[in-house]
Design a protein around this ligand. Structure first.
Ligand code: ADP
Ligand code: MG
Length: 256
């Protein structure tokens, strides 16, 4: 039995993710080095840090793409480091990679349908699950991701930003409790960034999100709590103002 720390008294919200002493080393190089952090239920956390800080590698370990050398990642009561990636998805963790991975030859609606958890293969699922309930769910998500008017549009014809939204929609179809998004507004127009900020804030009303982002205006528009990584370690954590005024953060971003 652990005694609660003082932090546990202050933070009344429950943790959805608890990372403890997480390390991964690639041929002796520690891309993530003894990292401990946690995410609350329905929290929208932003992770920032210079290139090579270990941000993507951290998401890779949470979703099971990379196995850590040591340490623990607990999702509610489940130890994720022991599970294969498909099982981690089933537990309720959804991951969006930096480049969109949608089926460009399929319509927006079809892309959403094939992401349904029951789907077993592209065509089988399209022919299989067309109940009213499924259709309503798909159109609800299309509306949420601002693509309601594009359900019949071939995905290859969407703008880069719309493709990113579609991929977020494909995650939402699986109804994960934790979403991991790696640089979701990269390549988006200023207007699309604003819309994405609104989208993520709405998603966070019902789910936890971890968002890696470089664009500081975007970070400010969504951030509640920010974690700054540097050389695989936590450099700073707190509100956007706290981390921006942290001398260690200023040194890393401006000092070299
Ligand atoms: P970030 O996303 O913060 O820019 P990454 O997590 O992609 O950083 O990378 C962190 C460091 O780990 C980089 O120096 C990168 O070259 C290294 N790295 C990441 N994946 C591997 C790998 N599979 N093998 C060797 N080195 C890797
Ligand atoms: Mg990265």
């Amino acid at each position: 039995m652990n005694f609660p720390t003082s932090a546990a008294f202050i933070a009344h919200s429950e943790k959805i993710l608890a990372i403890e002493s997480l390390t991964v080393s690639f041929d002796g190089f520690k891309a993530v080095d003894n990292l401990s952090m946690s995410i609350d239920e329905k929290e929208l956390r932003v992770i920032i840090g210079p290139n090579g800080a270990g941000k993507t590698t951290l998401l890779d370990m949470i979703c099971g793409k990379t196995k850590p050398t040591s340490g623990s990642i607990r999702f509610r009561n489940v130890e994720l480091t022991r599970l294969p990636d498909f099982q981690i998805v089933r537990e309720g963790v959804g991951r969006k990679f930096q480049t969109p991975s949608i089926y460009e030859d399929l319509t927006v609606g079809e892309n959403l349908e094939i992401s349904l958890p029951q789907a077993h293969g592209v065509w089988a699922s399209i022919l299989f699950k067309r109940t009213r309930q499924v259709k309503e769910r798909i159109s609800g998500i299309a509306e949420q991701i601002m693509l309601a008017d594009h359900l019949q549009t071939k995905s290859g014809r969407l703008s880069h930003g719309q493709k990113q939204w579609l991929e977020i929609g494909m995650l939402l179809v699986q109804d994960p409790d934790l979403l991991l998004l790696d640089e979701p507004v990269a390549g988006m127009s200023p207007r699309e960034r604003e819309q994405t900020a609104e989208l993520l804030k709405k998603i966070a009303l019902g789910k936890s999100l971890v968002v890696i982002e470089h664009d500081m205006d975007f970070v400010k528009s969504i951030a509640n709590k920010v974690t700054v990584l540097h050389q695989g370690r936590m450099l700073s954590e707190g509100s956007i103002d706290q981390v921006q005024n942290d001398p260690r953060v200023i040194e890393v971003y401006l000092g070299h």
